[in-house]
Design a protein around this ligand. Structure first.
Ligand code: PEP
Length: 249
């Protein structure tokens, strides 16, 4: 059985004190669940968050990392740095990294390789823009993103890959893909992985949906057979909403 996962991407929000306050609310409200729950605070708060959640089932994950081992990359963070503060999972390829920091599928392939070489798990984000969907190119775009960034991997590496399909037009916009649109794309993604690798690899990989998931729409989206959970932005900043989304699975 593949894992159900709900992850909160806190982006560039919350200083140290605000992060402590949010973590403390989460700790109080988090139900016992089989779902894997993850939160991604800013780099400066990772160590404190890791220490705070060490006894809880909630995993602290990172929002990004560089592909190089170390060196003259001002402002960047390496896999070893993340691991040294307890981080095992990293989000790569978020659409905001692609749009504002020029991350391409080629750069992302290198980041994926580095993370896997360090025995980390990668939560790989991808998804089409509005023009792609309007032009009926969304399946082609998604297939190409997977091919360029992930399909060089050996089948065995996929045990450390989580996919997060995030249509760019639905991120932070309040516009959610309908449950049918999410299912249609997730099914396509699973078929694409099965054709490249095997049914075993495709059936084992968790595919999360991300894009304006809220307590009000989470249940319907998560009830789709190929949707294995969600990557949550805005709604993960409120403990009550995030917990409600975790409970919706
Ligand atoms: C995200 O940034 O990954 C995301 C899904 O954001 P939101 O839930 O705010 O649309």
């Amino acid at each position: 059985m593949r894992k159900k996962i709900v992850a909160g991407n806190w982006k560039m929000n919350n200083d140290l004190g605000q992060t402590e306050a949010l973590l403390s609310k989460l700790l109080k409200k988090m139900p016992e669940t089989e779902t894997e729950v993850m939160v991604a605070p800013a780099f400066t708060n990772l160590r404190m968050a890791f220490d705070t959640l060490i006894q809880s089932p909630v995993e602290v994950i990172a929002q990004n990392m560089h592909f190089a081992e170390n060196g003259a990359y001002t402002g960047e963070i390496s896999a070893d740095m993340l691991k040294s503060v307890g981080i095992q999972t990293v989000i790569l390829g978020h659409s905001e990294r692609r749009a504002y920091f020029n991350e391409t599928d080629e750069t992302l392939a290198k980041k994926v390789d580095t993370a896997l070489e360090h025995d980390m798990t990668v939560m790989f984000c991808f998804g089409e823009e509005l023009e792609d969907r309007k032009g009926d190119n969304h399946f082609k775009v998604v297939e190409s993103q997977l091919e360029k960034a992930l399909f060089h991997l050996k089948a065995a590496a996929w045990k450390n890959i989580i996919l997060a399909y995030e249509p760019v037009w639905a991120i932070g916009t309040g516009e959610t893909a309908t449950p049918e649109q999410a299912q249609e794309m997730h099914k396509f993604i699973r078929k694409t992985v099965a054709e490249k690798y095997s049914d075993k690899v495709a059936d084992g990989v968790s595919i999360l949906y991300g894009g304006s998931v809220k307590p009000q729409n989470a249940k319907e989206i998560f009830s789709q057979p190929d949707v294995d959970g969600g990557l949550i932005g805005g709604a993960s900043l409120k403990a009550k909403d995030f917990v409600a989304i975790v409970e919706a699975i």
